[in-house]
Design a protein around this ligand. Structure first.
Ligand code: C6P
Length: 399
């Protein structure tokens, strides 16, 4: 049996999404900005996709939703253009983000800090792994150009109090961006209710294709484009439109919204069942039990090094999980969220992220539970006999 439990890294493309995309490769391939029929038929596909995305996130007709290549581009666009628009000319000098953002935000902020002396504040998380909205009050000033805090954390699934933070930021005249990548399809998203100025998305996190994302920009908020050219997307992102992928993203959004009740009930039940069973193992610890996306568990298992555990799960049992975000998985460092909450070294190095999807079955959940328990028992056995051998060697050398 093979089980895919790394859906926060990416998801399988829904068959209906593939079907919706297919005709736009070699039947309807006109440039949607061309005036002939080949162009107008693809233009219709783009218009439908845009409608699906507007309605999926609760945007109004006056707002902008601009397709990008992914959330990394969307996040970089906001952060770097806010620098261009408000910081470069000395109007403002400060950006606030959090310690636990994805590198797509953190690295862009660090770049501005390093290269252009922009003041960046990294808001801390508390011992529960969440950001307390009131902490923002201590840092936001009239010189703050942007606050960028994610809606749901990719490692823990914890949902941050964005609406409250938006109010605090706006009182001081700062713009608010949220990285909503891990929220779409998992929790209801309403950009109007949140009050954010910018919202980033990536289609492959909700059963759409990789290589397509979007940025929501609230009506009345201006953002300089990064790509200048043929003025596509209202001049906000030039370049010939990637029609099949836009159509795929739109369809994926429609399906994500429809399957939200399943995520919230069925997937949540499976997640809770797995979590309860794994917590029966001694010395295990889960971050943020309360306000979380319904598909995610970040569990630490004392004495079982995360990489070893992943290896066992993958090679012996055919189960794909993660030690944390996929783009940080090449360095065998501690889990950044556990480090940020002040967990000890052992807990930070023994974290495993399990992330389910609407395709996860009961049978897969049961198999995951039994395999996970087997792997922990085996690896704890190895490390305790290893510790015994080490202790014996040490005792011998002192004789
Ligand atoms: N997180 C994870 O394993 P892109 O690669 O641009 O489609 O998405 C980047 C990104 C931005 N924000 C958040 C909150 C994310 O979770 C991700 C992608 C994956 O957690 C891959 S590193």
């Amino acid at each position: 049996m093979r089980v895919y439990a790394d859906n926060n890294a990416t998801t399988k493309v829904d068959e209906a999404v593939v079907e919706a995309m297919k005709p736009y490769f070699s039947e309807m391939y006109g440039n949607p900005n061309s005036l002939h029929k080949f162009g107008s038929e693809t233009h219709k596909g783009v218009a439908t996709a845009i409608d699906q995305i507007y309605s999926g996130i609760g945007a109004t007709d006056d707002d902008d939703v601009v397709f990008t290549s992914c959330a990394t581009e969307s996040n970089n666009w906001v952060i770097k253009s806010v620098w261009l628009d408000q910081i470069k000319n000395g109007e403002k000098n400060h950006i606030i983000t959090s310690e636990v953002e994805h590198p797509a935000t953190l690295s862009a902020c660090k770049y501005l800090e390093r290269e252009f002396d922009v003041k960046v504040t990294y808001l801390p998380v508390n011992s529960e792994g969440t950001i307390e909205a009131h902490t923002l009050k201590d840092f936001v000033t009239e010189k703050t150009a942007l606050v960028s805090i994610m809606l749901a954390n990719n490692e823990t699934g914890i949902i941050f109090p964005i609406k409250e933070m938006v109010e605090i930021a706006h009182q001081k005249g700062a713009l608010f961006h949220t990285d909503g990548v891990q929220a779409i399809g998992k929790i209801p998203v309403d950009v109007q209710d949140l009050g954010v100025d910018f919202f980033s998305m990536s289609a492959h996190k909700f059963h759409g294709p990789k290589g397509i994302g979007a940025l929501y920009i609230k009506s009345g908020v201006s953002l300089s484009p990064l790509f200048h050219g043929g003025s596509q997307m209202g001049g906000l992102r030039s370049g010939t439109l990637n029609v099949p992928y836009m159509v795929g993203m739109g369809k994926a959004m429609e399906l994500a919204v429809k399957s939200f009740p399943k995520m919230n009930v069925e997937v949540r039940r499976l997640r809770d069942k797995i979590e309860k069973a794994l917590l029966e193992l001694p010395d295990t610890f889960v971050v943020g039990k309360e306000n979380r996306t319904p598909n995610t568990i970040l569990i630490s298992i004392r004495g079982v090094e995360g990489e070893g555990m992943l290896w066992d799960l993958d090679k012996k049992f055919g189960i794909a999980a993660a030690t944390g975000s996929a783009c940080a998985s090449e360095d065998l460092e501690a889990n950044p969220v556990l480090e940020a909450i002040g967990a000890d070294e052992d807990l930070a190095h023994t974290a495993i992220r399990i992330s389910l999807s609407r395709y996860t079955t009961e049978e897969e959940a049961d198999y995951l539970i039994s395999s996970f328990k087997d792997a922990v028992i085996r690896l704890r056995g190895i490390s305790s006999s290893y510790a015994t051998v080490q202790a014996q060697n040490e005792a011998y050398s002192h004789k």
